[in-house]
Design a protein around this ligand. Structure first.
Ligand SMILES: [Zn+2]
Ligand SMILES: [Zn+2]
Length: 406
């Protein structure tokens, strides 16, 4: 107990406090954690050094508040009352190792090491490049059309319909070749591999707004929007354990398995699509504008709007479902989570914003539970149905069972 009686907490000491306090472990942790990480909470009191996000084994995320007289886990009452009157060390490297906490301490991570640079750097680079759309030289209506078409193909068909409603929830079926096209297009959106995306989202449904939810706004709005991605810290072994639990069916497909086997496929496929997009655009512009400077300008314009800005836009509208739709909006159903029906997110995502409807009935291909809750993504699925590309389309439970809204 010397650590507690000293006048500062270290990362390792907080790890020990946590792991030895059954009241903080709900549901209980199976064993001692193999890794404990503590990050300053960016959205709240981190400037005062009193609010941290803690993760165990990469997927246990909660907030810890170090108040004047308590360490508090929001939503679960006050814990360690009376022993946290001391300041908390900046969570850098753990100090010397008391033998009784060596396991948690030896694997505690520093803040800098907790950032996933393979996510963080592309996020920053593409956001900075997107600012080019405000430079007049890069503007063209052809670029705007390329952006809009890209949002429909990648931000509507590939991610919400392909990754979400088809792969994650099996709310309809398609021929395998068509499913693989949708998955390939989704990979061109820089939103991870199919097994990874599906596992994350099923984990979200299983633990919505509970401690194992990978992106609950209860951990902070920006955590739910994007920070959870930047701090995703699973080892390869933990990742496969997650796949085993949440995405077995996805990995039964040899193509999706191959995607997982080859390192960095999500990034590489995205880059390959960007290069192909650039080359095709350049070839068309050279043919139309005959090797003039206008050909260069139009190629740059279409690329910046159609690839760079579109990717960033599709990121944000996808992330908005996790953040905005769990904070703002109305509820048709008293689900056990914080999901909301949010008309703005619906407008941005062509339907995904009716998120409370979705959490109440995730099996349904449609989230349109009232006549005016328009769900364009469902209309696309129905259109594919007429074309023979979608079968076994699952209707909302209220229609399946002849129920009415509560
Ligand atoms: Zn949700
Ligand atoms: Zn879902």
């Amino acid at each position: 107990m010397e650590a507690i009686n000293s006048n500062r907490f270290t990362v390792a000491e907080v790890a020990r406090l946590w792991t030895t306090a059954p009241s903080l472990q709900s549901p209980p942790l199976p064993n001692q954690p193999s890794r404990f990480s503590l990050y300053p909470h960016w959205g709240g009191g981190s400037m005062l050094g009193n609010h941290y996000d803690a993760r165990l084994n990469g997927n246990w995320a909660v907030s810890l508040h170090f108040g004047k007289d308590a360490v508090r886990w929001p939503g679960r009452g006050v814990h360690f009352k009376g022993i946290a009157t001391m300041a908390v060390d900046a969570p850098t490297q753990p100090e010397s190792t008391p033998s009784e906490v060596h396991e948690a301490e030896s694997t505690a991570r520093s803040v800098a090491g907790a950032i996933r640079w393979d996510y963080f750097l592309p996020f920053v680079i593409l956001h900075v490049l997107t600012l080019l759309i405000f430079v007049p030289w890069f503007f063209s209506w052809t670029g705007v059309i390329a952006f809009t078409a890209g949002v429909v193909v990648f931000g509507q068909m590939a991610i919400p319909i392909g990754y979400h409603r088809l792969l994650t929830h099996h709310s309809f079926r398609t021929p395998k070749w068509f499913e693989r096209i949708l998955v390939t297009l989704a990979m061109c959106s820089a939103q991870e591999t199919p097994a990874h995306w599906v596992a994350w989202h099923r984990m979200h449904h299983t633990h919505s707004d509970k401690p194992h939810d990978p992106h609950s706004p209860r951990q902070g709005f920006m955590w739910a929007h994007v920070r959870w991605l930047v701090h995703e810290s699973r080892t390869r072994e933990e990742l496969f354990a997650m796949y085993k639990k949440y995405a077995r069916d996805i990995l039964s497909d040899p193509y999706y398995r191959w995607i997982e086997r080859v390192p960095a496929t999500a990034g590489v496929l995205y880059l390959v699509h960007a290069v192909i997009y650039l080359l095709v655009t350049a070839a068309i512009c050279w043919a139309v504008y005959d090797s003039t400077s206008e050909a260069v300008r139009m190629t740059a314009s279409v690329f910046v709007w159609g690839v760079v800005a579109r990717t960033v836009w599709v990121w944000h509208i996808t992330w908005s479902v996790n953040s905005l739709s769990h904070v703002f909006g109305y509820r048709n159903y008293e689900t056990s989570d914080d999901s909301r029906n949010n008309w703005l997110v619906t407008l941005l995502t062509a339907g995904e914003g009716w998120h409370n409807n979705h959490h109440a009935d995730p099996a349904s291909a449609s989230v349109q539970h009232r006549w005016w809750e328009i769900d364009l993504n469902y209309y696309v699925i129905r259109l594919w149905g007429m074309m023979g590309l979608a079968t076994h389309i699952i209707r909302p439970r209220i229609k399946r069972k002849g129920q009415s809204l509560p």
